[in-house]
Design a protein around this ligand. Structure first.
Ligand SMILES: C[S@@+](CC[C@H](N)C(=O)[O-])C[C@H]1O[C@@H](n2cnc3c(N)ncnc32)[C@H](O)[C@@H]1O
Length: 290
């Protein structure tokens, strides 16, 4: 590997530094970085090398893995995560939300029960805001009840973007026209901001899926899409029972198009549509108290 002209730090990552950094990313965030990603990792960490003033990737690794490097570890993970997201991505899940999930949520809300939805790995907010728009469209009544959508992500920088809720033309192109005019407003700088009505039922928190999940109650639906694809099989397998504990007896979980619940956890969930599952035994649509 040769130093590229655009390598402003003037440093090339060698295999040893890459292996050490990849092991740290796996331990911290579950991210699997095969050797083929070395160029990508170097380019994503170049700005961290400059910002920390480290001479090369080996000394950067020594710093970031030291006790003094705790806050830099967060920034390193932030730089290494892939945050691509779109409004109404994998639209069949929003059709299911509208037709299969919302009727149950309405029944619960009318019984005075809370309704909770979790977007785990929410990136820059398009997923939780799409959920909020979908609920507003399907059942406006629901949104004046005890309903909350929690968006969590390991990456504090991307959560700031989610909170800002401001998107360019290309980013909002996935929102159907009639919703765009209802739920977006100009931000005064040529961009589009999600309006207060949609934001009101959405909350964001930093959360690493590999660590503790401090949420007390259960969720009626979890969207964890295009997140576990970055984890290995063992990490994925460790998450399914935890997700099961965090959904209600009738709860749903939606995964990304290339993700599946591991065989070892299929007794906990019933497949119900394309990369969609319900808690095993939920069968009927009867709503019981959680
Ligand atoms: C490709 S985005 C998916 C966004 C959205 N769910 C979607 O499908 O459009 C993956 C997100 O997962 C987050 N992520 C990666 N590892 C994580 C971890 N260990 N805990 C929580 N979030 C993580 C990343 O920061 C990133 O924002």
């Amino acid at each position: 590997m040769t130093t590229s002209a655009s390598d402003t730090a003037g440093q090339v990552m060698d295999k040893k530094s890459f292996a050490a950094i990849a092991a740290l990313a796996k331990e911290e965030a579950g991210l699997v970085l095969p050797e083929g990603k070395m160029t990508m990792v170097q380019s994503r960490l170049r700005k961290r090398l400059l910002a920390t003033g480290q001479a090369n990737y080996d000394s950067y690794y020594r710093f970031v893995s030291s006790a003094d490097g705790a806050s830099e570890r967060r920034l390193m993970i932030s730089a290494l995560t892939t945050n691509v997201s779109h409004f109404f991505r994998e639209s069949h899940h929003f059709d299911m939300l509208r037709t299969k999930v919302v009727p149950l949520l309405l029944q619960k809300a009318r019984n005075g029960q809370r309704v909770r939805i979790w977007s785990a790995g929410c990136s820059s907010g398009q997923e939780p805001y799409s959920i909020s728009m979908c609920l507003h469209e399907a059942a406006p009544e629901l949104t004046s009840r005890d309903v909350l959508i929690l968006g969590t992500d390991i990456d504090p920088a991307i959560l700031e973007k989610a909170e800002a809720a401001t998107y360019n033309d290309q980013q909002v192109s996935g929102i159907p026209n009639e919703m765009r005019s209802k739920y977006l407003e100009p931000d005064g700088r040529g961009q589009h901001r999600v309006n207060a009505e949609i934001k009101r039922i959405v909350r964001f928190r930093e959360l690493n899926l590999l660590r503790d999940w401090p949420m007390k109650g259960q969720f009626d639906a979890i969207f964890c899409r295009n997140v576990v694809i970055y984890f290995d099989a063992a990490t994925q397998a460790s998450l399914w029972p935890r997700f099961r504990q965090h959904i209600t007896k009738e709860g749903w979980i939606f995964l990304g198009h290339s993700e599946r619940i591991s065989d070892s956890a299929l007794h906990l969930f019933e497949p119900n549509g394309m990369t969609a599952y319900r808690a095993a035994g939920s069968g009927s649509s009867a709503i019981k108290k959680d």
